[in-house]
Design a protein around this ligand. Sequence first.
Ligand code: NAD
Length: 395
Amino acid sequence: MIVKPKFRGFICTTAHPEGCAQHVQEQINYVKKQERISGPKKVLIIGASTGYGLASRIAATFGAGADTIGVFFERPASGKRTATAGWYNTVAFEKAAKEAGYYAKSINGDAFSHEIKQQTIDLIKADLGQVDFVVYSLASPIRVHPETGEKFHSVIKPIGQPFTNKTVDFHNGTVSEVTIEPATEEEIRQTIAVMGGEDWQMWIQALQNAGVLAPGATTVAYSYIGPEITHAVYREGTIGKAKDHLEATAKIIHNDLQANDGRAFVSINKALVTQSSSAIPVVPLYMSLLFEVMKKKGLHEGCIEQMYRLLRDRLYADTTKVDTEGRIRIDDWEMREDVQQEVMDLWHQANTDNLKDISDIEGYRKDFFRLFGFEFANIDYEKDVETEISIPSIQ
Ligand code: NAD
């Protein structure tokens, strides 16, 4: 099939298998060029197929030599539909890991369910015995509660009052004003149920009860804070309430794991283009300005640079540096005062006419297409490619 990008709203509904493979390979190449990490050896990544979870899997495997089990929810190709990017990413990752001599198996299904937790536990028991590092990197719009069957939807809305600010349509570079109406109490409750810490805690409890969590194990989940201008829609909005819950859950899990010398952290990561973050209004404009400033200062990082640094300089350093709230701050360069000051100056100037000159909107757009395997210079997008390919460990 000849595969071209096709859009429905924010989402690209096609993915290019060779482009996704290239995207994964570039991340592997980056890690292989860095110093080895004296880190985890048997790792479970929940949300392992794209974005921060995939980068965590690559950093653990090629940086620390870890065996990995990855859990995700992706769709294989069928007929005229390509598979999702996360499917193709995992095909490429598993092949590369195997070639390099590392164990890598994957489980495709709803991580919120009891069934997938049990399947994962069975696989750990059969192949690894125990895991010493668990990454929780889910981003999902819905969750079905495994006990009550209630279906929750997460929304990205402010709380209390409408929020108006600038946003950009990154496909055509148009800057406009957007107003988002505030969430209802019910929407806040449901967003916390999807993106808060309950499921992470359920995972850790299930792993502990099954005896598959190694003594001294570490677990980490990811969160975001960001600048004042996005607070109303992010950190002080519905998703921020869910992140507050996730961060509070980290403390509960940490106390629980301490009895066995284990640790639980939340890591505050940098704003980056992923399938989830591109759906948030206001944030893409902020990111296109942030990337411009950080690239000029030589501080820009992608998911893989962030995750490699998280493992080497924070989680598996001699001491794990945290902020006053006990969180790891790998957003330290994004939040540097000089970076934020320059981004804010640009924010006030940004409009449709000057956007190309003052921002890295082109870099943002490219990153977005690359998530789906497009925009790689050495790939011939006019060529027929096999789209129905299997993930080696999922037959
Ligand atoms: P992403 O969309 O790239 O990845 C989400 C992953 O979750 C995928 O592997 C997907 O298959 C999996 N998934 C979704 N629903 C699932 C389900 N029901 N069962 C199993 N797997 C499921 O997202 P991302 O941006 O990498 O986000 C990961 C985490 O990092 C989130 O907690 C997010 O809030 C956080 N974070 C993101 C950013 C950012 O800018 N992207 C910044 C800081 C923190």
